[in-house]
Design a protein. Structure first.
Lengths: 235, 449
C-alpha cells in the first residue's frame, strides 16, 4: 500500500482549521463576544468537520466506496455551512441587517446542490497504489458546486483585498491581504477539485487547498510585534 | 515561524514538481519529514501564544530543522541532492535568530549529520535514493563525496562567520538605537508631564472663560434691551445727540455680546460640549437665511455680492443648520469686513466627487503668506488686519474649522496679500459618509481576530 498522500493533506487541512478555530474562539472570548468573530470561528469549526469527513474515511476504510461517497457528501454539507458563514461576515460588515437573509439564501442554494450531488453521486475510488483519490465527480454537480463557492469566495476575497488596501493599519493590511489571497487560492482549489479528471489534478487541487488554508492561517495568526511598536506603546 | 511554514510548503512543492518531471525522489519519506516540521511548528505556535514555553524549546527547533534537512537531502539523492543549499540557509537563519554560539553549534551538528549520512550511504548501510538524473554511482565515489562534503562544510563555516558578523554589527547598532530611544522615552515622559500640567492650566482657563462669559452675557443682554427701549422712545423723546450716543453704546454692547458668544463657543468646543443636531437638508436654505440677515451690512458697505447658485438642485447633506449658519455667518462677515467699500464678494456652491463645495471669494486685503499656517488658530489675527483696526476676536475661523471638521468636511483657502482671498469648505454627501464606518468596522474585525 502506497503512502496516503491526499487523505493526509486533507487531515492536515483539518488540523490547520482547528488551530484557526481555536485562535478565533479565544479572540471571541476575549474581545467582548463579537458576533462577527463568532461567525468566523464557526466557519472554521465547520471546516474542521468537513476536512475530517474528507480524510478519515480514506485513512480508515479506503476500500469502501459507499463510505467514501457518504463522507464526500457530509464534507460538502459542512463546507457549504462554512461558506455561508464567510458570506455572513462580509454582509454583516457591509449591511448588518441583511446578513441573516444572505446566510439562509445561500443555505437554501447549498441544499439544492447537496440534493443534486446525492442524486448524481458517482462513487469515488481510492487508488491505494498511488495514495490519491479519484472522486469521479459528476460534471453538472462539479459545475454547480464551483459556481456556489465562487459566489461566496470571489466577492469575499475582493472585499478583503479592497478593505485591506484601504486600511492605514499595517497589521490589518497584511492580515486581510493574506486572508483574501487564501480565499482566492481556495477558489482555485475548488475549480481544480471539481474539474479534476486525473489523479495528478486531484493531487494538485489538494495542494492548492492546503496552501490556501495555510495562507489564511498566517492571516489569522499574523501579529506585527516589532520592537519599534513596543517602543511606541511604551511612549 | 512563518519562514518555517513557507519552507515546508516550498520544499513539499518542489519535491512534488521534481517527482513529476522525472526525479526519482522518495516522496513518502519527504512528506513524513515536512509533516514532522509542520507539526512541530504548529505545536510551537500553540506554546508561544498560550504558555510559558521552556527556554530550550526554540533551540530544539533549530536542531530538529537540521535533522529534517538531512532527511530531505537523504530522500532526494544524498550527496547528489539539489537541496544541499538548505544547510547554508539554516546556518544563516540560526545566526540571525539565535545567540552567536547557536550558529557554530548548529553548523557542527549539521555537518556531522551530513557527513554521517553520506558515509553510511557510501558504505551501503543506509539506502541511497538515486535521482536517476546524475551518473549512477556518484555517491560511491570517495573523491567526489570528500570534495562535496568539504565544500559544503567550508561554505557552512563561511556562512556562519559572515552572517554572525553582520548580525553582531546589527545588534551593536540596535543597542545604540535603544539607548537613544530610552533617552527619548525619558525626555518624552518629562514633556508629557509638562504637557499634562499645561493641559490642566488650559482647562482651568477654559472653565474661567466659560464661567466669566456666562456671568457677563446676562447683564450685557439686560443693557442691550434697556438701550433699545430708550432708543425706541419708550422712556420719553430723545434729542438727536442722545440718539447718536445711545446708538454707539448699543453697537459696542452688540460687539461685546458677539465676542462673548465666540468665547463661549470656543470653550464648548474645547470641552467637547459642542452639541450637534444633524439633519438632512439643503445647505442653500441656510445660505439664503444668512444672506437675508446680512443684507443691511452688505448694503451699508456698498459691496457687490454675487451668489452663483448651482443650475441644478444639489443633493441634501447631513448638517446641523445652526452650526453651519454660524460658519457661513463668520465667513461672509470676514469677507465683508476685510473688503474695502465698493469691493466684490462672490459666493459659489457646487458638487464635486461626492462632496459639496462652498466658496467665498473677495478682493479684500488678503492674508500675508508668512501667516497662513496660523490662520485657523485661536485668537490669531493677521498683521495687515490688525493694522486696519477692524473689529474681530480672531476666533471665527477657529470655530469654522472645528464645525466643518465635525461634519467630516475640510476647510481651506487661497490668498494673495492685497488681492483678496477665497475660503472654501467641503461637506460629504450621505453616500460618502456611509463608506467610513465600513472601513472602521472591517479594521476592528481584523484587529480583533
Amino acid at each position: 500500500m502506497h503512502f496516503p498522500i491526499t487523505p493526509l493533506i486533507d487531515f492536515l487541512n483539518s488540523v490547520i482549521c482547528f488551530f484557526c478555530a481555536f485562535k478565533l474562539y479565544r479572540s471571541y472570548q476575549h474581545e467582548g463576544k463579537e458576533k462577527v468573530i463568532k461567525y468566523f470561528y464557526k466557519a472554521y469549526k465547520a471546516m474542521v468537520v468537513a476536512y475530517l469527513f474528507f480524510s478519515m474515511p480514506r485513512l480508515i476504510i479506503p476500500h469502501d466506496s459507499f463510505i467514501l461517497g457518504t463522507g464526500f457528501i457530509m464534507a460538502h454539507v459542512f463546507l457549504f455551512l462554512a461558506a455561508a458563514y464567510f458570506l455572513m461576515i462580509t454582509v454583516y460588515i457591509l449591511r448588518p441587517n441583511w446578513h441573516r437573509i444572505f446566510f439562509w439564501i445561500f443555505l437554501v442554494l447549498a441544499l439544492g446542490a447537496i440534493i443534486l450531488s446525492v442524486i448524481n453521486l458517482n462513487y469515488p475510488v481510492y487508488d491505494t497504489s498511488t495514495g490519491i483519490t479519484n472522486w469521479n465527480i459528476d460534471h453538472l454537480v462539479g459545475l454547480v458546486i464551483t459556481i456556489l463557492f465562487a459566489l461566496v469566495l470571489v466577492p469575499c476575497a475582493v472585499f478583503y483585498y479592497y478593505q485591506g488596501l484601504k486600511s492605514h493599519d499595517d497589521t490589518v493590511k497584511v492580515r486581510s491581504l493574506l486572508i483574501a489571497t487564501g480565499l482566492i487560492l481556495l477558489m482555485v482549489s475548488a475549480y481544480t477539485y471539481y474539474s479534476a479528471d486525473t489523479q495528478v489534478k486531484a493531487l494538485v487541487s489538494d495542494l492548492f487547498s492546503f496552501t490556501a488554508l495555510l495562507t489564511i492561517f498566517f492571516g489569522v495568526y499574523y501579529k506585527r510585534n516589532t520592537n519599534l511598536k513596543n517602543l511606541i506603546q511604551k511612549i | 515561524m512563518v519562514v518555517r511554514y513557507i519552507m515546508v510548503v516550498v520544499i513539499a512543492a518542489i519535491t512534488m514538481l521534481g517527482y513529476q518531471v522525472g526525479f526519482d525522489y522518495h516522496i513518502p519519506g519527504i512528506l513524513i519529514a515536512v509533516t514532522i516540521a509542520f507539526i512541530f511548528n504548529l505545536v510551537s505556535s500553540f506554546l508561544y501564544t498560550n504558555f510559558n514555553y521552556p527556554r530550550w524549546w526554540p533551540y530544539a527547533g533549530i536542531f530538529l530543522d537540521m535533522i529534517i534537512i538531512t532527511f530531505i537531502v537523504h530522500f532526494t539523492g544524498g550527496v547528489e541532492s539539489v537541496f544541499l543549499i538548505l544547510y547554508l540557509l539554516q546556518i544563516v537563519g540560526t545566526n540571525v535568530h539565535f545567540s552567536r554560539l547557536a550558529g557554530p553549534l548548529n553548523l557542527i551538528f549539521g555537518a556531522t549529520l551530513f557527513i554521517a549520512m553520506i558515509a553510511l550511504e557510501q558504505k551501503g548501510i543506509l539506502p541511497h535514493y538515486s535521482s536517476n538524473i546524475v551518473p549512477y554511482g556518484l555517491y560511491q565515489n570517495l573523491k567526489f563525496i570528500f570534495l562535496a562534503s568539504l565544500t559544503l562544510v567550508v561554505f557552512m563555516g563561511i556562512s556562519a562567520y559572515r552572517s554572525g558578523y553582520v548580525v553582531h554589527s546589527l545588534q551593536t547598532v540596535e543597542e545604540k538605537f535603544f539607548k537613544l530611544n530610552e533617552e527619548l522615552i525619558r525626555t518624552n515622559k518629562a514633556m508629557s508631564e509638562n504637557n499634562r500640567r499645561l493641559r490642566e492650566l488650559d482647562q482651568m482657563k477654559t472653565e474661567f472663560i466659560s464661567v466669566a462669559s456666562h456671568q457677563m452675557r446676562t447683564p450685557l443682554s439686560a443693557i442691550k434691551w434697556i438701550i433699545k427701549m430708550i432708543m425706541d422712545g419708550d422712556l420719553g423723546p430723545l434729542s438727536q445727540e442722545q440718539k447718536d450716543l445711545l446708538a454707539k453704546g448699543y453697537q459696542s454692547n452688540e460687539r461685546m455680546i458677539a465676542l462673548i458668544n465666540d468665547l463661549l463657543n470656543v470653550s464648548r468646543i474645547e470641552e467637547g460640549r459642542f452639541q450637534y443636531r444633524m439633519m438632512r437638508m439643503s445647505i442653500e436654505d441656510v445660505i439664503d437665511k444668512v444672506l437675508e440677515e446680512m443684507r443691511s451690512d452688505i448694503r451699508s458697505k456698498h459691496i457687490k455680492l454675487r451668489y452663483g447658485r448651482p443650475s441644478t438642485p444639489l443633493s441634501k447633506v447631513s448638517i446641523d443648520p445652526q452650526k453651519i449658519h454660524l460658519v457661513l455667518q463668520n465667513l461672509i462677515d470676514n469677507s465683508l469686513k476685510y473688503t474695502p467699500s465698493g469691493g466684490r464678494v462672490e459666493i459659489g456652491l457646487n458638487q464635486k466627487n461626492d462632496e459639496l463645495i462652498f466658496s467665498i471669494k473677495d478682493n479684500g486685503v488678503g492674508i500675508p503668506s508668512s501667516q497662513r499656517d496660523k490662520i485657523f488658530s485661536k485668537f490669531f489675527r493677521a498683521d495687515n488686519v490688525v493694522r486696519m483696526q477692524t473689529e474681530g476676536s480672531g476666533l471665527g475661523l477657529f470655530i469654522v474649522k472645528n464645525i466643518i471638521e465635525a461634519h467630516q468636511g475640510r476647510v481651506w483657502f487661497e490668498s494673495k496679500e492685497g488681492l483678496g482671498c477665497t475660503f472654501c469648505f467641503s461637506l460629504p454627501f450621505e453616500k460618502h459618509l456611509a463608506k467610513v464606518p465600513t472601513v472602521q468596522k472591517f479594521e476592528q474585525f481584523i484587529q480583533k481576530i
